[in-house]
Design a protein around this ligand. Structure first.
Ligand SMILES: *[C@@H]1O[C@H](CO)[C@@H](O)[C@H](O)[C@H]1NC(C)=O
Ligand SMILES: *[C@@H]1O[C@H](CO)[C@@H](O)[C@H](O)[C@H]1NC(C)=O
Ligand SMILES: *[C@@H]1O[C@H](CO)[C@@H](O)[C@H](O)[C@H]1NC(C)=O
Ligand SMILES: *[C@@H]1O[C@H](CO)[C@@H](O)[C@H](O)[C@H]1NC(C)=O
Length: 286
């Protein structure tokens, strides 16, 4: 049956016999990523539950999550989402419980429980998910040309967080660049990079701050005398430079051989080019 048909049917039923009502002890649930959550709708059962007269539907975004009609669970729907379970053993107490295990970002949203038992009624419940930015990866690179430091913090979580940078009391956040992407399982993958001129033993901190609660996780980065990554950078830099010079010289050699020019010109040309090529090498490395 189409979901809107169920809805129309239940709603007209509700208008006819409006003594029946569904209630929710909690309208908003907040679950931690990876945890379990049980959402509850309750209804009046009277003396004893008559399963034959009971109909329970749960839906989200126009999709059925639970169809429980006359004591029978629709197994096709139940099997399509193995993390979801309707806890039918509590129905006799007048409770329809939707249990979600290993909560993921895709579970965020508005859920509706529709219950028919004599009369009919429905209620909405919203679920939000929180995945803390608990593991912060960081690294430091040094630009071999400008000696600028590039400090990067990266983490994954949900919902989107703001990245704050501090050097002691100084707030450097406005100098950082941030990129957001959707990482594993719809979590936000946030990478923030701060470029600064600094010296050894300076302490920097990056904070991943939740927008609504202001809660944050942070990492502390102490600038080393000479970081390993900067050595690697320098090595690749001079490696590349050497290759460029070698390539340039080879090219020149080949060119010069082809063209029949006076020896003095060649010497001048090669010399001047050689000087140009070698110029960056004269800059003192950090
Ligand atoms: C979540 O529920 C599953 C199945 O009901 C159970 O095995 C697991 O231990 C629960 N996890 C937590 C963190 O309670
Ligand atoms: C997160 O983003 C960074 C940089 O954009 C990327 O290097 C990394 O692989 C991403 N991680 C995941 C798990 O997607
Ligand atoms: C670092 O210093 C250089 C030279 O003083 C300057 O041009 C550059 O803008 C500085 N970089 C930052 C990130 O402040
Ligand atoms: C991060 O959280 C701590 C503790 O909750 C708080 O003292 C600090 O001010 C927060 N930092 C920022 C930058 O919001």
């Amino acid at each position: 049956m189409e979901i809107w048909l169920v809805f129309v049917f239940m709603f007209s039923w509700h208008l006819l016999i409006n003594a029946f009502s569904v209630s929710v002890p909690k309208e908003k649930y907040k679950a931690c990523y990876g945890s379990n959550v049980t959402m509850e709708c309750s209804f009046p059962v009277g003396e004893k539950l008559d399963l034959g007269a009971l109909t329970v539907y749960w839906d989200k975004k126009g999709k059925f999550l639970v169809k429980f009609v006359q004591g029978e669970e629709d197994l096709k729907i139940q099997n399509s989402n193995p993390r979801l379970r309707h806890l039918t053993d509590q129905l006799f107490k007048g409770k329809s419980l939707l249990h979600i295990t290993n909560v993921k970002v895709e579970d965020v949203g508005a859920y509706r429980c529709l219950i028919g038992y004599g009369g009919a009624d429905y209620k909405w419940i919203t679920l939000t998910v929180n995945a803390p930015y608990s593991k912060i990866n960081h690294r430091v690179n040094v630009d071999p040309v400008t000696s600028e430091y590039k400090i990067t913090c990266q983490s994954e979580g949900y919902p989107k967080a703001k990245v704050i940078w501090k050097n002691g009391e100084q707030d450097l956040s406005s100098k950082a660049t941030v990129t957001y992407s959707v990482g594993q399982e719809k979590l936000f993958n946030i990478t923030s990079t701060l470029r600064v001129n600094t010296t050894a033993n300076e302490v920097f901190q990056c904070f991943f701050q939740e927008k609504d609660t202001g809660k944050n996780t942070s990492a502390q980065i102490v600038i080393q005398e000479k970081t390993e990554s900067s050595n690697i950078d320098l090595r690749t830099y001079f490696g590349t430079l050497g290759a460029v010079i070698f390539f340039g010289l080879t090219l020149m050699f080949l060119c010069c051989r082809k063209k029949d020019v006076r020896m003095i010109d060649i010497e001048k040309k090669c010399l001047s080019r050689q000087q140009q090529q070698q110029f960056p090498r004269q800059r003192t490395p950090i």
